[in-house]
Design a protein around this ligand. Structure first.
Ligand code: SAM
Length: 341
């Protein structure tokens, strides 16, 4: 029995105490920039997971500033770095992400669990948890707006701010993109430092190369709420299946009937006995990845947590595109005849 994590210096007792409470802090800062931050604050339709523009406005991902960092006009007056901690505690942190954390004046933490947060606290004396802003019944979009405002308040106060998020800070994560966009728009230096995401781990743990057959990624609710084109000749990766169909953005999970809706949709492209992989990457070094294989029809009846990702391997063979092959053959012939194509 493993009773501690020597490399991390944490005992199981410390780990148990580190469980997050899902309570609202006594006085959360009211978002001052709700209008700029949201796509119509309070409207779940503007949230990334739902993906649609609210009343004709462009969704946030189309309104992003260019990913290149502009010349900061207020570099000495506050800055921002959003970094990824990776998925597995201790082993995924890159030297650059660590350096951003160490050099920050204040660190905000949006992490997967309390143990990871405790580990981060050993790296910096001022780590402020973002987890406590979650609450059952409260829209996650409101929570994410509050995170943005918390970070920007410190940037505007002239601090070097580091937002630390589990996995990759820019993958299925609204706040890091948004806060960088706002910081840059206000003239502050802002940077995103990538991390190892659940996606990276699943390629390694499941032995999947997305280049072999191609790979689509969807937020599970978005797949239900919008008309999307699934390609069953490639891999299909579904995120946030544990709360699929939650239009309120205020629940931490949804039940079997919601997942049944997803299965009904998927059954248009996949047979019901198609093997589906339910995957959870290890978040602690003492864990192993959890890989469950079930028939598509059984997806509603299994236990499925918010930390799991669902992968559908290809169900059909790649179909040759004969017209394109003929065109390429004609170009090859032209080149062989000495005429550059
Ligand atoms: C809000 S997204 C955050 C993703 C994260 N930024 C990343 O880089 O992987 C949450 C979703 O990520 C996936 N996820 C989170 N933790 C995971 C884990 N340990 N293993 C597999 N997938 C995970 C699940 O699909 C979950 O619903």
């Amino acid at each position: 029995m493993v009773d501690n994590i020597p490399a991390l210096g944490l005992s199981l007792g410390q780990m148990a105490k580190a469980c997050f409470r899902r309570a609202e802090p006594a006085k959360p800062q009211a978002p001052r920039h709700e209008r700029q931050v949201g796509e119509g604050a309070g409207s779940p339709i503007g949230h990334m997971s739902l993906g649609a523009p609210a009343r004709g406005k462009l969704p946030y991902y189309l309104r992003m500033t260019m990913p290149t960092t502009p010349m900061p006009s207020r570099a000495s007056q506050g800055s921002l770095a959003c970094v990824g901690l990776g998925m597995t505690l201790g082993s995924h942190l890159t030297p650059l992400a660590r350096s951003h954390i160490m050099q920050a004046d204040v660190v905000f933490a949006g992490l997967s669990d309390g143990i990871v947060e405790m580990w981060l606290q050993r790296m910096h004396p001022d780590v402020r948890s973002l987890q406590s802003y979650y609450r059952e019944g409260k829209s996650r979009f409101t929570t994410y707006q509050q995170w943005v405002e918390l970070m920007m308040t410190e940037v505007r106060a002239g601090k070097r701010v580091c937002g630390v998020f589990y996995g990759h800070p820019g993958i299925f994560a609204w706040s890091p993109h948004k806060v960088i966009e706002i910081a840059r728009a206000e003239g502050y230096a802002a940077h995103m430092e990538p991390g190892i995401s659940a996606e990276d781990c699943l390629y390694a743990d499941l032995g999947i190369d997305p280049g072999r057959f191609g790979c689509q990624h969807f937020e599970a609710s978005q797949l239900l709420l919008f008309e999307r084109r699934i390609d069953p000749t490639g891999y299909l990766v579904l995120w946030q299946v544990g709360l699929v169909g939650d239009r309120s953005l205020a629940r931490f999970q949804t039940g079997p009937a919601y997942r049944q809706v997803l299965v009904d949709l998927l059954s248009k492209d996949y047979p019901l006995d198609h093997e589906v992989i339910v995957y959870r990457a290890a978040t602690l070094p003492i864990q192993k990845p959890r890989i469950r294989r079930v028939a598509l029809r059984d997806l509603p009846s299994i236990e499925l947590t918010a930390e799991e990702t669902v992968v559908l391997p290809p169900a059909q063979r790649l179909k040759p595109n004969l017209a394109m092959q003929a065109r390429l053959a004609a170009l090859d012939e032209q080149e062989n005849a000495g005429v550059p194509a």
